[in-house]
Design a protein around this ligand. Structure first.
Ligand SMILES: [Zn+2]
Length: 253
């Protein structure tokens, strides 16, 4: 059984979460790390992790909220780090993709949360889009490790993150035709990756375009198994070991 290390299981996207969580067990997904992005979703992932023992939570303020978050939202995160099945800080990072972003404010928010992770010895889940150099600059200032979620960069960038102690979150993008990501995975090896969906987004082939869910990790495993010529069992074993190295999760089969 495998784990989905990055998902957004919110009621906004799924109207029957209980049913979804029992269905993904049938798809051999034994656990999901559910990432918060703002005050509302941080509260939600905590509640859900309390309720369901196959749901874990990370708390964070996403860079898209860098100009409108409040100090009390950060205080809330710190206050709730000890809640049941809260396993890290995220989703945090930098996103310079869309016009109008505020670089300074994003970096300030990012570093604030990296400092919290360092202080509380928690792993981080990083979102980095069109911001590789600045992300690496920020990460180097702190003694933290974690996952670079939805990694789609080059082999060189992958190696830089790995050198800093990070695992790369590999999701549905790897299955897309023309995606160079599979070559990156081949070059860096299974010991440096964890699997994720980023659901409800980024459904892998052959369910691309539909709403994504953690059970679809099976298609990513299937794809990697064929492409790398490594058994599905081995891919699951290696990536589960990596999850254990990053997160304090011991329910694994
Ligand atoms: Zn995400």
């Amino acid at each position: 059984m495998y784990m989905d290390t990055h998902a957004h299981i919110y009621k906004e996207y799924y109207n029957d979460i209980e049913k979804l969580l029992s269905q993904i067990k049938k798809d051999n997904c034994f656990g999901v790390i559910n990432a918060g992005c703002n005050q509302e979703t941080n509260e939600e992932v905590i509640l859900l992790a309390k309720k369901y023992n196959n749901l874990f939570a990370t708390l964070g303020i996403h860079p898209e909220n860098a100009t409108n978050y409040k100090t009390k939202n950060i205080d809330y995160i710190i206050k709730h780090l000890k809640e049941e099945r809260v396993v890290g800080i995220g989703e945090i990072g930098l996103d310079f993709h869309y016009q109008g972003y505020n670089k300074e404010e994003q970096i300030m928010l990012f570093e604030k949360q990296l400092a919290i992770a360092q202080k509380h010895k928690l792993p981080v889940v990083i979102h980095s889009r069109d911001a590789t150099n600045d992300t690496i600059k920020c990460l180097k200032k702190f003694k933290v490790t974690g996952v670079i979620h939805c990694f789609t960069g080059s082999i060189e960038t992958a190696r830089e993150y790995i050198k800093l102690g990070y695992k790369l979150g590999i999701g549905g993008v790897v299955t897309f035709k023309n995606a160079k990501l599979k070559e990156v995975v081949n070059a860096i090896g299974l010991e440096n990756i964890v699997l994720e969906t980023d659901c409800p987004y980024l459904s892998p082939d052959p369910v691309r375009g539909k709403i994504n869910h953690p059970g679809n990790i099976k298609y990513i495993i299937e794809f990697l198994s064929k492409y790398l010529n490594i058994s599905e069992k081995e891919i699951i074993k290696k990536t589960n070991e990596n999850v254990k190295k990053v997160f304090d999760i011991n329910i694994m089969p």
